[in-house]
Design a protein. Structure first.
Length: 441
């Protein structure tokens, strides 16, 4: 079947003329990789049209990932019915296996396809040796560093997922037991599945902006930015506190009566989609120049999908000094480093911060039965951010850098949304777990 006869099929699932390994038609291949300006919707109206008509879902990698999630759900669904329900220990073992296979199978495939088999030929960095190779050969220390923190992320998401399943099983959270119960429940689940990635775009943008404030960046987000020149495993390479806030996109599952499939689909999305925006290449179905530029320059392109950066003045469109930038994006075009900090050392960076949040978490968990459960949940979720803030007081640098030049309204709006969408869901989930005297662990 020739796709030229069925032009509407081009772009389905993010593919280009039916291929997962082809540069987008919007890219000018006569220019170097990364030199073509980023396209896509620019206005609020254009963005809403793309979301509400389903274009943002069906004509993007999200649809391919959704099909993968459906296949994984068919093979390994949650067991929540009374006659088949699993204990939290059994759930943990089963979900660890499923999530490890999904994550390391998918991300590992893309890493090997790009850096082992060389199926793509347009790296954003012309000297690809800066990404996964050094002058002596393959850069094992950097890749092992990224794989280790990816593994921590999979472990942390699995614990979070099992905690939510525990809340389903114990009646703490209502859920839709049967998707096919009625026409209404089918439509509801379909709409939620399609809109999930748009909610993830909103959540990612506000949380990402929040952890780029100077005090949270230094102690939490800087670990992720050890990778200036990215590769697929760098996508989920984050500090455990960043993982906690990154995963709070599960909030709709806590407050809306949704099918558990939505939680499963969200889990697939959060663990495999970062590989797309951290590939380092231009010629495949999930290439992401915008996020590559974010890692290269750090002070631009905080969003993914919905063009919030265009609207709030932090957008950078390509890899040249002549690029159009707006207020928050700089024109620094220095070549990427070899990422010397992307190594597993004996002692982690910022030992005072890391020791403080670990001790706080252990202390609160130890006395949780004698402490007000809401206070315990607040300390566990907000505590690390407060510790980072206290350790940053008295420094010359503004606590709101690099956004201190933005209007006060913009700073307050982003901070409030970051807290509401990024931290409070963790607080609420912890409250649900601590609500009963019957302990989860």
């Amino acid at each position: 079947m020739s796709l030229s006869r069925y032009h509407y099929l081009n772009g389905i699932g993010g593919t280009v003329h039916g291929s997962f390994f082809r540069v987008s038609d919007e890219v000018d291949t006569s220019k170097p990789p990364g030199a073509t300006s980023i396209g896509g919707p620019q206005t609020v109206r254009e963005t809403l049209v793309e979301i509400l008509t389903g274009q943002a879902f069906f004509y993007s990698p999200n649809f391919s990932w959704f099909l993968l999630a459906c296949a994984a759900w068919w093979l390994a669904p949650y067991q929540l019915k009374l006659e088949h329900s699993l204990s939290w220990q059994e759930n943990l073992r089963e979900r660890l296996l499923v999530n490890h296979i999904l994550t390391f199978g998918y991300v590992g495939f893309w890493h090997v396809a790009l850096y082992g088999w060389h199926w793509c030929t347009r790296p954003f960095c012309a000297n690809r040796s800066r990404s996964c190779n050094d002058n002596q050969g393959y850069n094992w220390p950097k890749v092992c560093h990224n794989i280790f923190y990816t593994w921590l992320g999979v472990l942390q998401w699995t614990v979070t997922e099992v905690a939510i399943l525990y809340c389903y099983q114990t009646g703490r959270i209502p859920y839709l037991d049967n998707i096919f119960e009625s026409r209404t429940t089918i439509i509801q689940t379909a709409v939620a599945s399609i809109l999930l990635q748009s909610y993830r775009d909103v959540h990612f943008y506000v949380c990402h902006r929040m952890i780029h404030t100077s005090f949270m960046y230094k102690y939490i987000h800087s670990l992720h930015h050890r990778n200036t020149e990215v590769e697929p495993f760098s996508g989920l390479c984050m500090h455990p506190i960043e993982h906690m806030y990154y995963f709070t996109c599960y909030a709709p599952c806590l407050v809306l009566k949704l099918s558990p499939f939505i939680l499963f689909w969200m889990g697939v999305h959060v663990v495999i989609s970062p590989a797309a925006s951290h590939s380092g290449y231009e010629d495949h179905f999930s290439a992401d120049l915008a996020h590559y530029l974010h890692h290269r320059y750090s002070d631009c392109n905080y969003g993914a999908g919905i063009p919030f950066d265009r609207w709030f003045g932090s957008f950078r469109d390509k890899l040249k000094t002549t690029t159009t930038t707006t207020t928050a994006a700089t024109k620094n075009n220095n070549p990427p480093s070899k990422d010397p900090k992307a190594r597993l050392g004996l002692f982690p960076e910022h030992p005072v911060f890391n020791a403080a949040w670990i001790l706080l978490g252990c202390a609160v968990w130890y006395v949780r039965d004698s402490m007000n459960f809401r206070l315990a949940a607040v300390l566990l979720s907000f505590g690390p951010a407060w510790i980072a803030l206290v350790l940053s007081l008295g420094k010359r640098q503004s606590l709101m850098m690099p956004f201190d030049k933005d209007s006060a309204t913009s700073q307050i709006l982003h901070l409030i949304l970051g807290i509401l969408l990024g931290i409070l869901p963790a607080t609420y989930l912890l409250e649900l777990l601590l609500l009963s005297p019957v302990s989860l662990f």
